[in-house]
Design a protein around this ligand. Structure first.
Ligand code: NAD
Length: 546
């Protein structure tokens, strides 16, 4: 019974006769013995019959809690279709409806009201130093598309880890999702009598920092080899934490660095189409929040790698937020925006409105080659703005991150039509191919899943002591190398269903970069062989009674 009740050991109808006898399972299962392949087909059939995304999420969650191998095998075979189901928005909707039927506990819950309890929580989790490769923590303040989600935000981290295992071959038995519960500012949760998290507003300042520091120290002491990943923190905390720890340990913020790297991959592909180098681009970023700054940081660092001094690289960017163009005279700049503030004199003669120098005026004066949308302002890239850009740039590049489609700054169909088919596009949303003038355009999807599982796999295999900009740039180049962009209408990024193979290519590039920088913790002979031998496969292993 214990074996059947353990999702890690359970094989359901796939237990062979000998194991049924040896483990005392006879009579506890139907007589038919299925192969894993048959189980996957059966599960997929059931999944397809479900009426909506929420029911599908609930089904996959239950399967994950019942049989890990079957869940990951099914997931790995249908990544494009299922990633949106285990991710962000769908999880939020599922949580809204099912929060009170809380699932089988997974991971570690830490409370800011009990900082001294952090050690005890990890002791109770029971893993020892060499057992854990990846610890993924969230305080769930800014879950994409949902905002502050309180303690339920751990579900999103569980989904992200599932992607790392299915798409990146990270062993699901060697990961820990961690909920850093610092309270919630979502009034509906605070008022909900069935809410199961800390029932007070988010605690900030010195106590927050002490909580994070105690957590980081505990993880480093207990699991010195583990990659420490951050998800869904609000930008000021995410930025501060990353700046504090990234030079000291192997740590990674997916919202900032993963987003930056996937946009860099699309920009590299676009540069290949146009035969240009990145350091010659003029980039306007509309929406200078976590994602917008993450993109600017990654692209700037790639320009530095091409030989541009850092100060010069920053000058290739113009950031526009709610106050208009961000300049040295903008009064309420956030820390992470400061390095990109333009000298005020540059725009002193540009037209301004009550809300500063607007996007259209910036585009008119800057003549950008790349326009990034990360503002959530629907239809902000008007045909006039796009016309203006296209009049100076033969193949203008649009990286539209805002999700869902309703919030996108422009649709690919409009961008292609307005530019006569010349726009090079990647977006955070999934769009069907679009036909214009008899030619089909495949729209690249800016999915962090193309970067983070492969990056994690590479870091784990070579036991990287840090995640450097060089490793992120190598991951981005590897993703871009997976597509052929020469023919008109080709996607700038690979398809998500090829992800497992893509993750291996990304991991190899990341290991090579870490090795070149001297931050690989172990010596590796054949990189490919080492990746193959360490990549977890969703397949059943023999189980013996002892
Ligand atoms: P955020 O809230 O940190 O940033 C949004 C920024 O837009 C803020 O700085 C805000 O002030 C600014 N903004 C709001 N209204 C504006 C206006 N009228 N004019 C100019 N700027 C304005 O959010 P984020 O985490 O950076 O995410 C932004 C979007 O990018 C979201 O839709 C998110 O889902 C998406 N995203 C996509 C990917 C991906 O596709 N891989 C990854 C990360 C984020």
């Amino acid at each position: 019974m214990d074996v059947l009740n353990s999702p890690v050991l359970n094989k359901g109808a796939a237990f062979p006769l000998a194991e049924r006898k040896a483990l005392g399972l006879s009579g506890l299962l139907p007589p038919e013995i299925s192969s894993l392949e048959t189980q996957v087909s059966r599960a997929y059939l059931q999944y397809q019959q479900l009426p909506d995304a929420v029911s599908k999420n609930v089904y996959l969650t239950a399967l994950h809690d019942r049989n890990e191998v079957l869940f990951h095998r099914l997931f790995a075979e249908h990544l494009q279709e299922m990633i949106p189901i285990v991710n962000d928005l769908t999880v939020g909707l599922a949580m809204e409806q099912y929060q009170h039927e809380s699932r089988r506990p997974r991971g570690v819950y830490l409370s800011i009201d009990d900082i001294d309890g952090i050690e005890e929580a990890f002791t109770n989790f029971g893993a020892s130093a060499g057992d854990i490769d990846l610890v993924l923590a969230t305080d769930a303040e800014q879950i994409l598309g949902l905002g502050d989600w309180g303690v339920g935000g751990i579900e999103v981290s569980i989904g992200k880890l599932a992607i790392c295992s299915s798409a990146g071959g990270i062993d699901p038995n060697r990961v820990i999702p961690v909920m850093l519960d610092v309270g919630t500012n979502r009034e509906a949760l605070l008022q909900d009598p069935t809410y199961i998290g800390n029932r007070h507003p988010r605690i900030r300042g010195e106590q927050y920092d002490r909580f994070i520091e105690t957590y980081v120290e505990a993880v480093r002491r207990r699991f010195p080899l583990a990659l420490l990943q951050w998800e869904d923190l609000a930008p000021p905390n995410g930025r501060r934490i990353l700046d504090k720890y990234r030079a000291q340990m192997c740590t990674f913020n997916d919202d900032m660095q993963g987003t930056g790297a996937i946009c860099l991959a699309a920009a590299i592909s676009a540069a290949r189409v146009r035969g240009t180098r990145l350091h010659t681009e003029r980039i306007v970023v509309f929406g200078a929040g976590a994602a917008g700054i993450g993109v600017a940081d990654q692209m700037a660092s790639a320009m530095v790698a091409e030989g541009l001094p850092e100060q010069e690289a920053r000058k290739r960017f113009w950031l526009v937020d709610q106050q208009g163009l961000l300049t040295t005279e903008t009064t309420d700049l956030k820390d992470h925006q400061v390095p990109y503030a333009r000298p005020a004199r540059e725009s002193s003669r540009w037209k301004r409105t009550a809300s500063g120098v607007g996007l259209a005026e910036v585009v008119r004066n800057v003549q950008p080659t790349v326009l990034v949308g990360a503002s959530n302002v629907s239809q902000a890239f008007t045909s006039a703005i796009v016309d203006d850009m296209a009049s100076h740039t033969e193949r203008p590049v649009f990286l539209i991150l805002s999700r869902p489609q309703l919030h996108a700054e422009a649709s690919p169909a409009d961008l292609i039509s307005w530019t006569g088919g010349n726009a090079l596009i990647a977006t955070g949303n999934l769009y069907s191919p679009f036909t214009y003038n008899g030619l089909t355009y495949v729209i690249a999807q800016l999915s962090n899943a193309l970067i983070s599982p492969g990056l994690a796999l590479g870091a784990v295999v070579c036991r990287a002591t840090r995640i450097s900009d060089g490793m992120l740039a190598a991951a981005a180049s590897a993703v871009s190398s997976l597509v052929t962009v020469r023919h008109q209408g080709a996607s700038l990024l690979p398809h998500l269903d090829d992800l497992r193979l893509g993750s291996k290519v990304v991991a190899a590039a990341v290991i090579e970069a870490a090795r070149a920088e001297g931050i690989a913790g172990v010596k590796i002979g054949s990189i490919e062989r080492q990746i193959d031998s360490l990549m977890w496969q969703p397949a059943y292993s023999p189980i013996a009674a002892i």
